[in-house]
Design a protein around this ligand. Structure first.
Ligand code: 13P
Length: 249
């Protein structure tokens, strides 16, 4: 059975000083559980700080929020997969809605970034999700499945079988509006079927996370919804006690 994945996307919060204090408080509060995977996605400048602050705790993992498509070179401001791995990242978010909608990341780039992650020895977590207008127009599945198909287009079946997907409806991110368990379940089911089809066999080892206004109050019902294998949490992962409560769920 897949282990539930609880992932904290700190976005542009917690530089090295705040990150060190957060991890110190969190590791003191949260005792190791070997039945779930907990991953921190700090800003890139705090990645090594978090790795060191975790002090080798094997129950807690680290990832980067974004990587560039190339391994090195003249790409001012960007970080590559090999560099992120060298800094201690095991995972990379790819195609987060803020990358797509604030920074104009294209679907083709999400495919290149997934490929770059795998090439660099990092596990991609491909994020997909529809805008409110797309949901209202009834095109949610079309949008999400297209993002999935393009994002995975440069990956081998083996690479897909060892990655993760996150469904984050854009209208639910940072808004306090969460998809209903039944809405989320429908989309997760569609993603699961598409993954099975793409692999030509069960994609059972690929966790599909839900993200969008998750908090300690709704984490339990989301995690017990069929098809939801984990949570990708923004705002509520910035509070030690709140995040620990979600990880305890
Ligand atoms: P919120 O939990 O703040 O809605 O953010 C979700 C998200 O974008 C996680 O990647």
């Amino acid at each position: 059975m897949r282990r539930p994945v609880l992932a904290a996307n700190w976005k542009m919060n917690n530089g090295p000083t705040a990150a060190r204090a957060f991890i110190a408080a969190f590791t003191a509060r949260w005792t190791p559980h070997d039945d779930r995977t907990v991953i921190f996605f700090p800003p890139a400048v705090a990645l090594t700080t978090v790795v060191h602050a975790l002090g080798g705790r094997r129950d807690l993992d680290v990832g980067v929020q974004n990587i560039w498509t190339e391994d090195k070179g003249a790409f001012t401001g960007e970080n590559s997969a090999p560099m992120s791995k060298d800094a201690g990242a095991r995972y990379a978010l790819v195609g987060h809605s803020e990358r797509r909608h604030v920074f104009g990341e294209t679907e083709a780039q999400t495919a290149q970034k997934c490929a770059a992650a795998v090439r660099g020895g990092i596990i991609p977590i491909l994020c997909v999700g529809e805008l409110l207008a797309q949901r209202e127009a009834g095109t949610t599945n079309d949008i999400v499945l297209r993002q999935l198909e393009v994002g995975l287009s440069e990956l081998s079946p083996d690479a897909i079988a060892s990655m993760a997907i996150a469904y984050e409806p854009v209208w639910a991110i940072g808004t306090g509006k969460t998809a209903t368990p039944s809405d989320a379940s429908t989309v997760h089911g569609a993603i699961r079927s598409a993954l099975d089809k793409r692999l030509g066999k069960s994609s059972g080892d690929v966790p599909i996370l839900y993200g969008g206004s998750v908090n300690a109050g709704n984490a339990k019902s989301l995690l017990s919804t069929p098809g939801i294998d984990g949570l990708l949490v923004g705002g509520a992962s910035l509070d030690v006690e709140g995040w620990a409560a979600i990880c305890d769920t």
